[in-house]
Design a protein around this ligand. Structure first.
Ligand code: SF4
Length: 171
């Protein structure tokens, strides 16, 4: 037992180091996003995230946008607690039967102009949950979708690129 404890002590963690983030490219991308939001909306972008039935891995990537590496708020982009304060609904997962009404109410509570972004392969068509009796289908089965960001899950940089592509379509 003492030998095992000693081995664990000297061996160090087994986890792999996190991949390096290109901070200059990230700052450029997030800066473009902030400028596009200010030009097209006259203010920064407010995002409400809705988990309509995901496995939560998409949420982990979305949450990473707020961690110390990505720190989205330094560019003025922020997640809000209420759909009444949101410009964009980021919706993950297949829409489950249980979440359908909540998603519809969230959409109804979001003021115009508003955009719906479906995040992840499940949000496109149900993904690995497609065909389940517990699922309605992809987000477009319930709400009008303005943009789909693919991936299982999409990376934080892919999410930023998707939001920028969305704003570039806004007149
Ligand atoms: S797209 Fe992948 S990561 Fe996202 S909810 Fe579906 S299975 Fe999970």
């Amino acid at each position: 037992m003492r030998k095992l404890l000693f081995q664990n002590f000297v061996r160090g963690p087994l986890t792999e180091p996190a991949p390096a983030v290109d901070d200059a490219a990230l700052a450029e991308l997030a800066g473009q996003l902030e400028r596009a939001a200010r030009q097209r909306l006259g203010r920064t972008l407010s995002i409400r995230e809705v988990d309509a039935g995901s496995c939560n891995a998409c949420e982990l990537e979305i949450h990473a946008l707020n961690n110390v590496v990505y720190d989205l708020e330094r560019f003025g982009l922020r997640f809000v607690a209420s759909p009444r304060h949101a410009d964009v609904l980021l919706v993950t997962g297949p829409v489950t039967q249980n979440m359908r009404m909540a998603l519809e109410r969230t959409y109804a509570a979001t003021p115009d102009p508003k955009w719906v972004v479906a995040v992840g392969d499940c949000a496109r068509n149900g993904g690995v949950f497609s065909g389940s009796s517990a699922c309605v289908g992809g987000v477009s089965a319930v709400l009008p979708v303005d943009l789909h960001i693919g991936g299982c899950p999409p990376s934080p940089v892919a999410l930023l690129k998707g939001l920028l592509a969305l704003l570039e379509t806004v007149k």
